[in-house]
Design a protein around this ligand. Structure first.
Ligand code: BGC
Length: 472
């Protein structure tokens, strides 16, 4: 149906002389076409979950070609009560960077302070690794001063480094960046050990911290929850980027010699890097022309195709591309095509605002376009189309995220009783996201009563601190 409608729409050219009936029909067809491509049926979700399970199994084997990296984290199920002392954690994964100081005793966080700094766009979009890691070190010096503990920066305190990009770890405290994601483009980093790059910056700035743990934000989030909840099975981030990790049996991690050599039936956290799911052949992902164009123009074309359908970095951009296209086809005001022509100029939070607009006349949708783009969307019909676009983009993201979580639970046969620790702005701030995710989980699992989605705010940094506090 979607293909047929697309063919029809190729012939629906913009025209200033459309009659009202003609215009309504065009609007209807365009929205229907988009909905047909974006809505995922139960069967479609099950099919995708099945393929994800296949890729998970495959990704745990040595020398595999799975699109899921399934990266060993070297974080084993340990008694969290052993974590104790003063530790620092660094959280790097988006445009904001955080330094956290924590004091722990018997696995309980006694005190916590945090300092946040925005990473200059010039570094993110084209800086060098020295600039990035010097910025991190300088921010640590500012943070310790702010905490009234300037002297601590010179001490050999333990530090956990949350680095939220695909990283091939060799041990708990070393790992090479495979490839930047989320539009980061910092030279001299890919292929290098980020712990070494950070400790070089520490030497330059005379910082004494010992980097005892490196972890992904999903891993930090899972561990932060696991400290108080032994049913925590998976850590999920739905923010600027998207990803999940989960506890896997050591015996199943065929590609990791260390895990294989552990006695007993222990478990290690696996960082799935699910954002890259199905990127090689697009076997099951529902890509529209908007997704394909967004991907082609991104910093990492051909990679992270699932992430580009569900994350905060991209949701606004997908919606923007649809809006501009619809405006060019004359079913939305032409001015939109001009005002929204710059890539990434429609923020993901606006998708949430428009989708959540349930008031008569859709005043919030009107406000977003008036306030941010100085366009008066005078016709309610147009406001309704804008809202529908945002709903379709957001719903599809939530369905895909739910499908991925269901696959993880199926992998561990944990669907009857499991906590999934989730963090990230898309999950937290986009209204209806959680509800739609739950529906998708139920669609795949049948019954999802025993699945608890728990918001674990700031888990990535806290978890890194806890992991550091478990190390010598
Ligand atoms: C990265 C993951 C990370 C996720 C959420 C993705 O772009 O590849 O490592 O966990 O974003 O921050």
């Amino acid at each position: 149906m979607a293909r047929r409608l697309n063919t029809v729409l190729e012939h629906v050219k913009p025209s200033g002389r459309d009659t009202e009936d003609h215009e309504h029909l065009k609007q209807h067809l365009l929205i229907q076409s988009l909905a047909a491509q974006m809505h995922l049926s139960k069967d479609r979700l099950k099919e995708m979950a099945l393929y994800m399970l296949h890729e998970m199994h495959h990704g745990l084997e040595p020398n595999n070609s799975s699109t899921l990296r399934m990266l060993p984290s070297f974080v084993y199920k340990a008694d969290p009560d052993r974590s104790a002392g003063v530790v620092y954690a660094l959280d790097l994964g988006g445009s904001n960077f955080r330094v956290i100081r924590m004091e722990l005793a018997k696995g309980t966080v006694l005190s916590r302070r945090a300092h946040k700094a925005k990473i200059p766009e010039t570094i993110i979009a084209g800086g060098t690794q020295t600039q990035l890691f010097d910025f991190i070190a300088d921010t640590i010096l500012i943070a310790t001063k702010k905490f009234g503990r300037a002297e601590e920066a010179r001490e050999a305190l333990r530090l956990g480094f949350t680095f939220s990009f695909p990283t091939q770890q060799h041990a708990i405290n070393s790992g090479s960046l495979i490839r930047w994601t989320k539009q980061f483009k910092v030279s001299g980093t890919e292929g290098n050990d980020v712990v070494r790059l950070l400790s070089d910056a520490f030497s330059r700035k005379k910082i004494g911290f010992r980097i005892v743990a490196l972890c992904n934000d999903t891993v930090g989030t899972l561990i932060a929850r696991f400290l108080n909840d032994s049913t925590a099975m998976s850590g999920v981030i739905l923010g600027t980027g998207s990803n999940a990790c989960y506890w896997e049996k050591n015996s199943r991690i065929l590609k990791c010699r260390e895990a294989q050599s552990k006695p007993g039936d222990g478990e290690m956290v696996i960082n799935m890097e699910f954002g890259n799911f199905d990127s090689a052949k697009m076997v099951v992902l529902p890509a529209t022309k908007y997704d394909n164009e967004l991907d082609a123009e991104s910093e990492n074309a051909g990679a992270q195709r699932l992430e580009k359908m569900i994350s905060g970095k991209y949701l606004g951009e997908i919606a923007r591309r649809v809006i501009v296209d619809f405006a060019k086809l004359n079913v939305l005001p032409n001015a939109l095509a001009d005002r929204l022509k710059a890539p990434y100029s429609f923020e993901s939070r606006f998708v949430g605002t428009c989708f959540a607009d349930r008031h008569p006349g859709l005043p919030d949708t009107h406000d977003v376009f008036k306030r941010e783009y100085d366009i008066d969307i005078a016709h309610e019909g147009h406001r309704r189309i804008l809202r529908t676009i945002c709903r379709l983009v957001s719903n599809r993201a939530a369905q895909l995220a739910g499908m991925a979580i269901a696959a993880v639970l199926l992998k561990r046969n944990a669907q009857a009783d499991a906590t999934v620790a989730v963090d990230g702005s898309v999950f937290e701030k986009q209204p209806y996201f959680r509800k739609c995710m739950r529906e998708a989980i139920s669609a795949v699992l049948g019954d999802a009563e025993g699945v608890r989605l728990v918001l674990t705010t700031d888990g990535s940094g806290i978890g890194a601190g806890c992991i550091a506090a478990l190390q010598e």
